[in-house]
Design a protein around this ligand. Structure first.
Ligand code: L5W
Ligand code: ZN
Length: 550
């Protein structure tokens, strides 16, 4: 046993699992959260093991090997977990991301993160681990289907042959559902035509049955622009364009002057910001936006002006506040396309770029006209690059909530007519004061503000835009304070609320983080930032308790 790890031999009872874990002992300086589903720890924090910063991976693997019976994996930790990344964050913590494997095959959604402090102490492991895979009946059978066949099955299930934007993939995984483990294929289908989709299918590798499917396209529930075929120039002079946005406001932004034309290309942020015109068609990215005189004041220009300008504002927020260089923290180009389709009442992140419809003019106006909408979409990209929260059920609602939280915080940070509403600037242009969602009071839009009121149906990917209200309300309370269902929360302010959720999202949330795990992860984020006995940690605990999440 590592120095400083005091085992008290206090065995914790297991809920809803036949798995027995003799090693599940609670040390006095270690906190365990246990998965109700699996009986394994899904969040462990404290002084877990000593080591050195240089040996962070070794410290983690040694710990996991020592606690093997508690986690219930077979073989060595090095075989049971693949290290997918290792980075040092701004606090000097080494963050290691893991993906659980069985005989070299990844377990769908079973990712973990581990944190090693500056002085080499393993301080946290986040993310449930599926135990006893070697005993699962379902894995005794091999696979009889090829990946290609699984792909065909998924396409047949779609009901049409799409025109792909990204090459479809079919990868072997172990799929866990209701305690059963199955050899399966994870098939991805990304397309725009006949209608946009970014589908993840799970196909049984034996029977060919579709075990799960989810459209991960992040969208709601449910002078003339570029010439066709034009690409952005690779060189030119950075100039300042001016233009009128969707709501009639005037703004300045960077453009690129090349061969006598001004392009909506801003090469000064990361690898650049580029804005395209779909010309009311559905091909992406469309044509790079050009202008003859650097003044974009025509009605048709407005959607492009805002998409370009607000992408810059969002980039600046993440860079200035979190030192994050674009959504991948590696300067990834921010590509936006406006005038997508005709009267298209939606906006979405395809997995590679942002897309904005013009709206039908009554339910919605041009989607790029709202800063919180653009920041919402880009936050989906941040989430996909970090926690990669599965867009279904509680992890999906957490994904949606993070987009609403940072969409709103960008609006406050930029002082862009800020409020706790989502999408108010583009929703029902003829109606004053309404919005798509309210973080302060999700019930205005019939969304839950307490876990006891959560939606448990299958619509909306299991309520991703509905149950987001529960976490949105917790985030609002954490920032602003208040008493909710009898629980009083002391507000920590917007800056601290953002810092805490940003750290939780990028360091501790994993693909399958549910609301309860999110609470433990968010408490840990606040602990890292402010200390275990800080008022901020107390407020995080209170905010989640106020919405019924324990
Ligand atoms: C657009 C702004 C937010 C997309 N996406 C959404 O998941 C949005 C609704 C309209 O919730
Ligand atoms: Zn969304």
């Amino acid at each position: 046993m590592k120095k400083g790890f005091v085992a008290l031999g206090l065995s914790i009872g297991l809920l809803g699992s036949s798995f027995s874990s003799p090693g599940f002992a609670k040390a006095d300086d270690v906190d365990f959260n246990k998965s109700k589903k699996y009986g394994t720890p899904n969040f462990v924090s404290g002084k877990l093991a000593d080591g050195t910063k240089a040996n962070a991976k070794k410290t983690l693997m040694n710990y996991l090997n020592e606690k093997k019976s508690m986690y219930g994996f077979a073989g060595s930790a090095e075989q049971a977990f693949k290290v997918t990344s290792k980075e040092v964050d701004h606090l000097g913590f080494t963050v290691i991301r893991l993906h659980q494997q069985y005989k070299g095959i990844p377990i769908y959604g079973s990712t973990q993160t581990a944190v090693v402090s500056e002085n080499g102490v393993l301080t946290a492991i986040s993310g449930a681990v599926v135990p006893e895979l070697d005993k699962k009946q379902g894995l005794k059978k091999g696979k009889s289907l090829s990946g290609d066949k699984a792909l065909k099955i998924a396409v047949r299930d779609l009901g049409f042959t799409p025109k792909y934007e990204l090459t479809p993939t079919s990868k072997e995984v172990i799929y866990i559902n209701d305690g059963q483990a199955t050899h399966a294929y994870h098939v991805t289908l990304n397309f725009l035509s006949p209608k946009p989709g970014n589908w993840s299918y799970i196909v049984d590798a034996q029977s060919g049955e579709v075990l799960n499917k989810v459209n991960e396209l992040h969208s709601a529930k449910g002078g003339k622009g570029g010439k066709p075929g034009t690409n952005p120039p690779s060189t030119g002079e950075v100039t300042t364009g001016t233009g009128t946005g969707v709501l009639g406001d005037t703004k300045s932004f960077n453009t690129l002057l090349s061969s006598g034309s001004y392009y909506l290309v801003d090469p000064t942020r990361g690898q650049g910001i580029e804005t395209y015109d779909a010309s009311n068609r559905t091909r992406l990215p469309g044509s790079i936006w050009t202008d003859s005189d650097n003044s974009l004041n025509e009605a048709y220009d407005a959607a492009a002006v805002d998409a370009h300008y607000y992408a810059g504002v969002t980039y600046d927020y993440y860079f200035d506040v979190f030192n994050r260089n674009s959504y991948d923290d590696n300067g990834a180009k921010l590509i936006s396309t406006v005038h997508y389709g005709r009267d298209y009442n939606n906006a979405f992140w395809t997995g590679a770029q942002m897309v904005y419809g013009d709206g039908d003019g009554s339910t919605f106006t041009s989607f790029s006209g709202a800063l919180d909408v653009i920041a919402h979409e880009l936050t989906h990209a941040v989430t996909d690059s970090t926690a990669d929260l599965i867009y279904q059920n509680e992890s999906g609602a957490l994904n949606e909530s993070m987009s609403d939280v940072f969409g709103t915080l960008v609006e406050w940070h930029a002082d862009n007519d800020p409020d706790w509403l989502v999408g108010e600037d583009i929703y029902t242009p003829g109606v004053e004061g309404d919005a798509l969602r309210s973080m302060a009071d999700p019930t205005i839009n019939d969304n839950p503000d307490h876990y006891s009121k959560r939606y448990t149906g299958t619509g909306d990917n299991g309520g991703v835009h509905i149950n987001s209200g529960i976490i949105n309300k917790a985030a609002y309370l954490l920032s602003e304070g208040g008493t909710h269902y009898g629980v009083t929360v002391d507000g920590v302010g917007k800056q601290a609320m953002g810092d805490i959720f940003y750290r939780a999202l990028t360091t501790y949330y994993t693909a399958s983080t549910n609301f309860s795990q999110a609470k433990a992860a968010t408490v840990q984020a606040a602990t890292d930032l402010y200390g275990a006995s800080s008022t901020q940690v107390q407020s995080v605990n209170d905010a989640f308790s106020a919405v019924g999440v324990e």
